[in-house]
Design a protein around this ligand. Structure first.
Ligand code: M6R
Length: 357
């Protein structure tokens, strides 16, 4: 039930701090230490490469997950769009583990890959919000998101839950390998939950951004670099699916290779800046488009903020920044759709779970 909320999407955005705290509880043992199912742990340990298979928002979470698995755990990881995988199947490593990320656990494109790789005899893991779903039943192992039912077609809390669970899995693997980590993941996730609460309390600011930048526009661009690139792809998907504004999320460095030709007077361009090693370049990209008339809006992490920045995120560990930085974009998409009179929870042409290939 949506209670006092006008839409499930807004309720689900607001539930994200609670979901983070639930995940922390579910993935720790009595002594407060991080714990992941032993079978999953062994399956990842036995693999020489992970192949993440997913669609839409879950694919975007997988891209962030790859970053964790490679940088935190040192596990080579590829991320594939389920519907492309069968005909663009890469050369597989000797001991692959297939990881299906699916909120519903019912997505036909994922199931089709699952059937194929099982036939080839490869081990499989499903990361899902739905215990008992097809993908969970048919895979060898399951990790649950514990996000509670997600009703709005636009996925919000499942995305952040997927990223949180992937971070926990990565840390667990890193611990198993004796890698030294400079952060405590459960503590960082608790900080993330607090940051999410702060962001959810800033709805008026994001509503104003939606009004200022998106009430009239035909299109909108989102740029980021490194992990921020993955987050802006999700930002663009969120906006397009519920507001029907043509939106594109792309790598800041690609601007000059074509997309900058689309910038006109007043074109909205959102830039996400949370990673030190690329912050300067992304600021440069925003200046380039502003010089061509774009209406730019920078969303900046606490540690990258400069005087004059208007939208600064609360402080979280840079590894975990997607969990906080996506929230302004979820809210901006929500309010843009609302102001444009769209059916937020049930956008046209879309279904919550896509059970056809
Ligand atoms: O249930 P799944 O996670 O497998 O669904 C995958 C996509 O269909 C889903 O994420 C879709 O892109 C959402 N509508 C995005 O908000």
């Amino acid at each position: 039930e949506k209670g006092t909320y006008p839409h499930f999407m807004l309720k689900e955005i607001d539930e994200q701090p609670l979901v983070m705290r639930r995940i922390i509880q579910q993935y720790k043992d009595e002594s407060g230490k991080l714990k992941v199912d032993e079978g999953v742990r062994q399956a990842v340990k036995a693999a020489d490469r992970l192949y993440i298979i997913a669609c839409g928002t879950s694919w975007h979470a997988g891209l962030v997950g790859k970053q964790f698995l490679e940088t935190i755990a040192g596990v080579p990881t590829e991320v594939h769009i389920a519907s492309e995988f069968s005909y663009n199947m890469p050369l597989l490593s000797e001991r692959p583990l297939f990881v299906f990320i699916s909120q519903s656990g019912e997505t036909a494109d994922c199931r089709s890959v699952l059937v194929d790789v099982k036939q080839l005899g490869h081990p499989t893991l499903t990361i899902t919000n739905s215990p008992g779903s097809t993908l969970s039943r048919e895979a060898d192992h399951t990790l649950l998101l514990h996000a509670g039912p997600e009703i709005a077609v636009a996925s919000t809390k499942a995305y952040t839950a997927q990223i949180a669970v992937l971070s926990i899995l990565s840390v667990d693997v890193a611990n198993g390998k004796g890698r030294t980590l400079t952060f405590d993941p459960l503590q960082e996730l608790a900080i993330v939950a607090n940051a999410m609460e702060v962001l959810c309390a800033q709805k008026d600011d994001y509503e104003q951004i939606a009004r200022d930048y998106l009430s009239e526009t035909r299109n909108a661009f989102f740029i980021g670099r490194a992990v921020d690139y993955y987050v802006v792809m999700e930002a663009a998907l969120k906006l397009k699916e519920i507001s029907y504004i043509q939106a594109e999320g792309f790598a800041g460095g690609e601007l000059k290779h074509g997309t900058i030709a689309l910038i006109e007077d007043g074109t909205p361009v959102f830039g996400l800046i949370t990673q030190e090693h690329v912050a300067g370049h992304l600021r440069g990209n925003l200046q380039e488009v502003a010089a061509r008339g774009a209406n730019t809006c920078a969303i900046v992490s606490h540690d990258q903020a400069r005087p004059g920045d208007q939208h600064v995120l609360p402080e979280v560990h840079p590894h975990f920044s997607p969990l906080a930085s996506v929230i302004p974009f979820q809210l901006i998409a929500y309010y843009a759709a609302l102001h444009r009179g769209c059916d937020v929870d049930k956008p046209r042409n879309l279904a919550k779970s896509v059970t056809v290939e």
